[in-house]
Design a protein around this ligand. Structure first.
Ligand code: PGA
Ligand code: ZN
Length: 403
């Protein structure tokens, strides 16, 4: 068994993401293998997540890397992912990785893991998850959207579907059927209202949240009957984005904290939504706990902005019973090792994991592998669009290993 594989070289570059913005990519060379990783970027970012880039943007992150990080990493043992990730944090020296940027750290951290997996001749999911990574997630995809991801869309950021098909391929495909049907329903019903696609390729139209609920229900009912398969409904309120002066500001009106808690529970109990993400603003751990208690086992209440994949925040959430689920995004916390720490804590506490894309994505498919490695219940990565399908199609390939 190899115990030392030195990093021969590490390089960073700017590449372009799905929104047409710059992001960063890293290449890690080992003697006989190479790992490349491009980091995604969020729009509705959590207040406690790592700074995506150094102040001044991707160029400054790359400059910091060239000057302070590159030479310290060359020669380092690639097999010691934990120490490499700790070193990245130390070299950065700030709480929110604001010198190197969470995206640069993520790209280096994941590129290293990919290079090692290739050197060991095993897929990334097996390297990260070990020999017990034997379960596939279900695809969860955004079909109607608004919030920060489009102009004039719903107040609620995402309306999601997750087909519970026999295979990953079937589930991912039927999600696209729902997406297509919703496009048709929107143009049939809303003559004169312009319909477009948001950042994650979900439909966006100037409709109310309740109109979106009606349309998603109609479409899933039809497609579910047609294909004889169960389709779960989901939503990401991204509630912090419309929380101001102690109240929740919907386009149709304002809700108090108590009304918002009831509204979230209503999505579970009366509207039949299974997956409910960030229904409460991200400082109110107690409000989350009230929702989680009200819905019981009927739905999974998921913390994204609440936790920002941060083990300390998750610890607090577990103590207070804030949620029954967590969203996992590596660049919120900046390294693979910290992500694994959070995932382990969640798994031990019986918290459901959903590995997620960001609204500004690249064609990198590493989250497909992580979703398997982490035993995730879902992978949230859209339904259509090349940068989303890169992940879904990789899971279709991974599924072949499981037969
Ligand atoms: P982001 O949002 O990638 O724009 O931060 C996605 C989400 O809130 O789940
Ligand atoms: Zn979210």
């Amino acid at each position: 068994m190899m115990s030392h594989i030195p990093i021969i070289d590490v390089r960073a570059r700017k590449v372009i993401d799905s929104r047409g913005n710059f992001t960063v990519e890293a290449t890690v060379d080992l003697e006989y293998s190479t790992g490349v990783c491009a980091a995604p970027s969020g729009a509705s970012t959590g207040a406690t997540e790592m700074q995506a880039f150094a102040k001044g943007g991707p160029d400054e992150s790359i400059k910091f890397f060239e000057k302070n990080v590159k030479n310290k990493i060359i020669g380092f043992n690639a097999l010691d992912q934990n120490s490499l990730d700790t070193l990245l944090r130390e070299l950065d020296g700030s709480e929110y990785l604001s010198n190197i940027g969470g995206n640069m750290a993520t790209a280096i951290s994941i590129a290293n893991a990919k290079a090692v997996a290739q050197a060991l001749d095993i897929p990334l999911y097996k390297y990260v998850g070990g020999m017990f990574s034997r379960s596939l997630p279900r695809p969860m995809g955004n079909v109607i959207g608004g919030g920060r991801h489009s102009k004039n869309g719903t107040t609620i950021q995402e309306f999601l579907v997750s087909t519970q098909g026999k295979t990953f391929l079937e589930s991912a495909y039927i999600n696209t059927r729902v997406h297509k049907r919703i496009g048709e329903l929107l143009s049939d019903k809303l003559k004169g209202v312009s319909v477009g696609l948001g950042d994650e390729k979900a439909w966006t139209a100037s409709i109310s949240d309740m109109e979106a609920v009606d349309i998603i229900k109609e479409a899933t009912k039809e497609i579910s009957a047609e294909h004889k398969v169960k389709i779960l409904l989901g939503t990401d309120f991204a509630a912090t984005e419309f929380f101001k002066d102690g109240k929740y500001h919907y386009r149709e009106g304002i809700k108090s904290r108590d009304e918002q808690i009831d509204f979230a529970a209503h999505f579970s109990k009366d509207l039949g939504f299974y997956f409910i993400e960030d229904p409460i603003e991200d400082t109110d751990f107690e409000g989350f706990a009230e929702v989680t208690k009200k819905v019981g086992k009927n739905s999974v209440i998921v913390g994204d902005d609440l936790y920002t994949t941060n083990p300390e925040r998750l610890k607090k959430g577990i103590e207070l019973g804030s949620t029954s689920g967590i969203l996992i995004k590596v660049n919120q916390i900046g390294t693979l090792s910290s992500t694994v720490e959070t995932v382990k804590m969640a798994t031990e506490a019986g918290i459901s994991r959903t590995v997620s894309h960001r609204s500004g994505e690249t064609t990198d498919d590493f989250i497909a592998h992580l979703s398997v490695a982490f035993g995730a219940e879902f992978i949230k990565t859209g339904t259509i669009g090349g940068e989303r399908l890169a992940k879904l199609n990789e899971l279709i390939r991974i599924e072949e290993d499981f037969f």
